[in-house]
Design a protein around this ligand. Structure first.
Ligand code: HEC
Ligand code: HEC
Ligand code: HEC
Ligand code: HEC
Length: 192
């Protein structure tokens, strides 16, 4: 019996490991000394980004506004992982770490975008505008277009994906084109 004790102790330790071990990528991300990532700025380039923002045409409407005209997309997205990204950083204990916000919220670092769960709770998670960019100009037009990363700019939209899904955070998909195409329908993963 006595001899078994150390073995049991080791087994218990092994069993509990997945619960206590923090994802090593988190500490690596927190240790970054560069400015927190702003996907839209990164993708457009600082000059184009600043020029677009200076027009004053681009602000965030939140997914509740998108819902008015795209109910199918709004409902379809409710189960998508992007709609739950903020909970991930909160559960990990880093709900206020700036280094996490660019990829887990909508428009962090963009004027009028996410700032904190207290001041901008409606822009938590990667919502519609987290991929397509601010929607005010699109809504004003009430027609195709008006986005900085709309479907008329697939190369820009693809770079949005790949800026968040970067070398460190690369576990979401094996086949990028397939993952990208699944967002063409209201419910990602549905057959076209
Ligand atoms: C007042 C109505 C209205 C609202 C609100 C609205 N849209 Fe649209 N949207 C449209 C119309 C109309 C089209 C064109 C549909 C078509 O041609 O089949 C469109 C098309 C789109 C397209 C495809 C074309 C493109 O320009 O890329 C995207 C993406 C899109 N909307 C996203 C959004 C998002 C995100 C929001 C919220 C920020 C939003 N829409 C809010 C009316 C609206
Ligand atoms: C460059 C963008 C980016 C940054 C910055 C970022 N994340 Fe993420 N995170 C992602 C992506 C993309 C995924 C999903 C793919 C994956 O897990 O590799 C993800 C997934 C996660 C997950 C779920 C992992 C799992 O195994 O289910 C947690 C938890 C997480 N991130 C926490 C954080 C925390 C905490 C920070 C800040 C220290 C952070 N992330 C910063 C992009 C990012
Ligand atoms: C993860 C990124 C992502 C998010 C989040 C996202 N979209 Fe999209 N959306 C895409 C991609 C990718 C396409 C397809 C682009 C293409 O055709 O090349 C697309 C296409 C669309 C289209 C055009 C569909 C068509 O018929 O051509 C509409 C409308 C749209 N999205 C609205 C929304 C709305 C509304 C939301 C929020 C409820 C949303 N999207 C959230 C990535 C996203
Ligand atoms: C602003 C950052 C951001 C952008 C832009 C973004 N993602 Fe993500 N994506 C995330 C994060 C964070 C997660 C992790 C969510 C989680 O683990 O719950 C994620 C999760 C995913 C998943 C996993 C879904 C699942 O059910 O596990 C896929 C697939 C994915 N993203 C594809 C894409 C594609 C394709 C695009 C572009 C059309 C895109 N993402 C754009 C941040 C982003």
């Amino acid at each position: 019996m006595l001899r078994l004790r150390p073995i049991i102790a080791v087994l218990l330790l092994l069993l509990s490991l997945p619960l206590v071990a923090e994802d090593g990528r988190i500490s690596a991300q927190l240790a970054e000394t560069t400015e927190p990532l702003v996907p839209l700025k990164q993708v457009l380039g600082e000059k184009t980004f600043n020029e677009a923002m200076a027009t004053g045409k681009y602000s965030f409407a939140t997914n509740f506004k998108c819902r008015l005209c795209h109910r199918d997309f709004f409902v379809g997205r409710k189960k998508d992982a992007h709609d739950h990204t903020f909970a991930k950083v909160v559960e990990a204990g880093h709900g206020e770490a700036q280094q996490c916000m660019g990829c887990h919220t909508t428009g962090f670092g963009v004027p009028g975008g996410f700032e904190s769960p207290v001041t901008t709770p409606k822009l938590a998670n990667v919502q519609c505008e987290g991929c397509h960019g601010p929607g005010s100009e699109h809504i004003r037009r009430n027609a195709r277009g008006g986005f900085l990363a709309g479907t008329d700019r697939p190369e820009v939209l693809k770079q949005m994906c790949l800026t968040c899904h970067n070398e460190r955070w690369n576990r979401a998909f094996d086949n990028f084109q397939q993952a990208y195409d699944s967002y063409k329908t209201a419910k990602p993963g549905d057959e076209k």
